[in-house]
Design a protein around this ligand. Structure first.
Ligand code: MCA
Ligand code: AMP
Length: 505
């Protein structure tokens, strides 16, 4: 029987010359394909020596490094389930993920070991390792004693490979369960659709705890045996400097906005570039057009979700239409329906639903929630609202889920409102997303005081900062007398958005 482990497919795509450079870092280090093979074998052997139960989760909150990527690949290789966590998450957020996922192994930065290990041990985790971005930490110390040969664990296409927490509309995160088959099918489709060719070089400048940087970028390069130029963090100057050595770049819209502010970004810098890909948030038509004028390249915009990996893409060869996310990818069925569940004709706006080998296996330990999010005929309700034009191009016009996408990170207003409402003196609050020139959209909090209470907007922000990941913090807070409501008594967030839309213009 064929081994459907995603790592087996990635490994099979390594070039013949294992001594060639696979990853070149911004600190001047070169990792060969052999290094990737040996190091992932050692970490996989370490994980397997821990006597973990089948399906064990390996939760990881570490700074971006090539070793962190190797830990991801080693987890696949050993057949366990990878659970990446944003480095911005603070203790309350981490406590929720660890208690919900019950990982057998937790890997964290050395500086966080004290509080993270306390949370992990309390939740029953047996193994807590450290890993820093300077190749130090107990994970690598222990792995150094393990063999560098390892037979890839056999896994079926439906076996779990990763759990990605995606914030819930009720404020609690849900773990989207992705299988080896989900991710491999998506990687193979994209290899073809984006015409990856031998000799392609990817600039990897995204964080590696979400789908974009972890799956789309890493799988894309590895399944093509392509070198990555690895930047520990996004630095627009450095990207422009590295462009002449690369052929492919992927980024959220904020990265493109910041690159356009670099005087060195021009046709000459992009002379070897083949493809610029954008996604995770809407790309403004102004950014799309300005990029064309400055570089001579047309950004290819695509659309995806944690639950589904990539769903649609503008074409590689045909017209890439700004403001659209292109066509459903091969193998993906996509339809637009009205609230009553009826298919809508061309050009009409409704809920986007999808089906395909890339669609996830459900939410971790939430069978009821999973059932709610699928239609009777097996389509997943994305929560995105859009339309399909007569040529088949899909446009996302909004979201039925109350979600803010800020710099490519998702922020769920319900979660922030929950924290604000718990503060003394607060009667209620509404968090809305408003346009922002850098992050695309940012959160703004509108807060009502309890009768007789006095609130301080600055203090509300400061209290949120102490509890939540930094990108979730509203950029402004207003204390007002009342919230606009409709006849049903529901807060009219559209009215608030309209009132505050020019705040950062
Ligand atoms: C940082 N800050 C932010 C954000 N990032 N505020 C709002 N939204 C953000 N995204 C704030 C911090 O709170 C801080 O504020 C100040 O900016 C500086 O923080 P720093 O960490 O230095 O920021 P940065 O390094 O400039 O980061 C900006 C960034 C980063 C590079 C755009 O946010 C980023 O890498 N975004 C990419 C996210 C991503 O990969 N998304 C893919 C999701 P203060 O000073 O007040 O504390 S995958 C996905 O969505 C799907 C499946 C898909 O389709 O791909
Ligand atoms: P996440 O849950 O973090 O995976 O975010 C997925 C959401 O990001 C989708 O449901 C969309 O709302 C949004 N998204 C991703 N790509 C695009 C895009 N190209 N344009 C607009 N929204 C996007």
């Amino acid at each position: 029987m064929k081994n459907n482990n995603l790592f087996a497919a990635l490994r099979a795509a390594f070039p013949k010359d294992l001594d060639a450079v696979a990853v070149e870092t911004d600190t001047g280090l070169n990792y060969s394909w052999r290094d990737l093979d040996r190091s992932t074998a050692m970490i996989a052997n370490l994980l397997q020596s821990l006597d973990l139960p089948p399906g064990a989760r390996i939760a990881v909150q570490v700074e971006k490094s090539v070793e962190a990527m190797m830990l991801y690949l080693a987890t696949l290789r050993a057949g366990y389930v990878f659970l990446p966590l944003n480095t911005a998450y603070q203790s309350a957020e981490i406590e929720y993920f660890i208690s919900n996922a019950e990982p057998s192994v937790v890997v964290c930065s050395k500086k966080n070991f004290g509080w993270v290990s306390k949370i992990a041990f309390k939740a029953g985790t047996q193994n807590v390792f450290t890993l820093d971005d300077d190749r130090s930490g107990s994970l690598l110390e222990r792995a150094a004693h393990c063999s560098d040969r390892h037979e890839v664990a056999r896994r079926g296409a439906d076996d779990l490979a990763a759990i990605l927490y995606t914030s819930g509309t009720t404020g609690r995160s849900k773990g989207a369960m992705l299988s080896h088959g989900n991710m491999l099918s998506n990687a193979l489709v994209l290899k073809d659709y984006w015409a990856w060719t031998p000799g392609d070089v990817l600039i990897h400048a995204l964080p590696i705890f979400h789908v974009h940087g972890l799956f789309v970028a890493i799988h894309g390069a590895l399944i093509n045996g392509s070198k990555m130029i690895w930047l520990a963090r996004f630095d627009p100057k450095l990207v422009v400097q590295k462009l002449p050595e690369a052929t492919v770049f992927m980024g959220v819209p904020t990265l493109y906005v910041r690159l356009l502010a670099e005087p060195g970004l021009n046709r000459e810098a992009c002379r070897h570039m083949r493809l610029f890909i954008a996604g995770s948030a809407p790309l403004l038509i102004e950014t799309f057009t300005e990029w064309q004028e400055r570089t001579g390249h047309t950004i290819l915009e695509r659309y995806g979700m944690s639950e589904t990996a990539m769903l649609t893409s503008n074409p590689y060869e045909g017209e890439r239409r700004g403001g659209t996310v292109g066509f459903a990818l091969p193998g993906v069925s996509l339809r637009v329906q009205d609230d009553a569940g009826q298919p809508l004709p061309t050009g009409e706006i409704g809920g986007i639903q999808v089906k395909g080998p890339n669609v996830f296996k459900g939410y971790w330990r939430m069978p009821e929630k999973t059932k709610e999010e699928f239609t009777a005929d097996g389509y997943f309700k994305t929560g995105d609202v859009g339309k399909i034009d007569e040529r088949g191009y899909i446009t996302i016009v909004g979201r039925s889920k109350d979600l803010i996408i800020s710099g490519g990170y998702n922020v769920y207003p319900a979660e922030i409102e929950g924290y604000i409402n718990d503060m003394p003196g607060v009667a209620e609050s509404a968090v809305i997303g408003v346009p922002h020139p850098d992050f695309g959209e940012v959160g703004v909090a509108i807060v009502i005081a309890k009768p007789g209470a006095t609130l301080d907007a600055e203090q509300i922000i400061a209290q949120l900062k102490a509890q939540l990941a930094n990108f979730k913090i509203p950029k402004r807070c207003f204390i007002v007398g009342e919230l606009p409501r409709n006849t049903m008594g529901k807060v009219q967030k559209n009215v608030l958005r309209e009132q505050h839309k020019a705040l950062f213009a």
